[in-house]
Design a protein around this ligand. Sequence first.
Ligand code: ATP
Length: 312
Amino acid sequence: MNYIIETQNLTKCYGEHAAVRDVSLHVPQGAIYGLLGRNGAGKTTVMKMLLGLARPTSGSILLFGRPVKGFPRDIYSRIGSSIEAPGFYPHMTAKENLTIFSRLTGKPDSSRIEQALDTVGLSSDSQKTFSQYSLGMKQRLALANALLKSPRLLILDEPANGLDPIGIAELRSLLKRLSEKEGRTILLSSHQLTEMEQLSDFTGVLHEGRLVEECSREELAQMEKKYIRLCVSAPDRALLFIRNTCSPDGPERILPDGIQPDGSIHLYGTGWNPAAINKKLLEAGFEVTELTRCAGSLEEHFKSITGGVGIA
Ligand code: ATP
C-alpha cells in the first residue's frame, strides 16, 4: 500500500514523561485516517512531530514516501494543517485573516482565498469579524486556512471540537468530498468514537502515548462484535486455562479477553466454540454457571483496549 504518512517507533519524551511511545502509523494515500484517543493520549504530539513543530526523541517519519529530516520545504508545502486553535485576528474578517496568513507563505491569491472560504461554506463578502464568529465558523475558518495551499495532505487536530451535530455532519461531508472527489489524504484527531466511526477509512487508537490499535473501517465494523460471556468458578484460573488450551477458529483476530468487574470472562472474537470451551472447563473441574454469545458495542471494545475506560 502507498502510505502518505508512515512513522516507525515514533517517540516523544518531555523530561521523564513519554507523551508518545513507539508509534508506527500508516496513513494510506487518499484515505481519511482518524486518530482516536482520550485527552492526553498523545494525538496532538504525534501531529506536531509530523508537522515539524516538535522534534521526535526517537523514531522516524516518512511523508509522501520520503524520510523527513529537518524541515524540507517541498514536503511541508504539500501539507495543510490546523493544530490547536490557530491565532486569528479577532477584529478582522475571514478574508482579511486568510490574506494575512497567506502572506506568510507567499503572495496572497484572492481567488484561492475565496475558493477556500467557499469550500468550507463561509462567505468571503461577510463583514463579520472573527470575534463575532460562532465556534463552528471558527473551525471552518481554520479548515479554510489549512486548504489555502491546496494541500495533498491535511492534518487536522480535533476539527469537530465544539461543533453541534449538524456542524459535525457538514464537516463530515466536506472532508469526505475532499478525500473522495479531490483525492486528498486527511489525518484528523478526535476523542469522539462515533465521529471517527462514521468518517474514517482507517482508525488508529492512541492510549497513554501508544498506538494500541490500527485498523480499517471494515475491521472496525467487525469489532462491533461478538464475544462470549462466561461465568465460571475461579475465573482467574479459568481464563489462564482457556488461554492455554482453547483457541478460536477462523481468520478473525482475538481481541483482548479478560475478567470483567462483575467477575465474568469476556472472550472476544467470533471463532470461539462455546460447546468445546464448556466441555474442557467441566472436564478440568471448573463449574460453569453461564456461557452466552453476546454482541458487544464498539464502545465496549474501545473500553477494553484503553484499559477499561471508555471514549465518549
Ligand atoms: P487532548 O485530546 O486533550 O488534546 P492529546 O491526545 O492531544 O490530548 P497531547 O496534547 O499530545 O494529548 O499530550 C500528551 C501528553 O503529553 C500529555 O500528558 C501532555 O500533558 C504532555 N505534553 C504535551 N505537550 C507537552 C509539553 N510541551 N511539555 C510537557 N508535556 C507535554
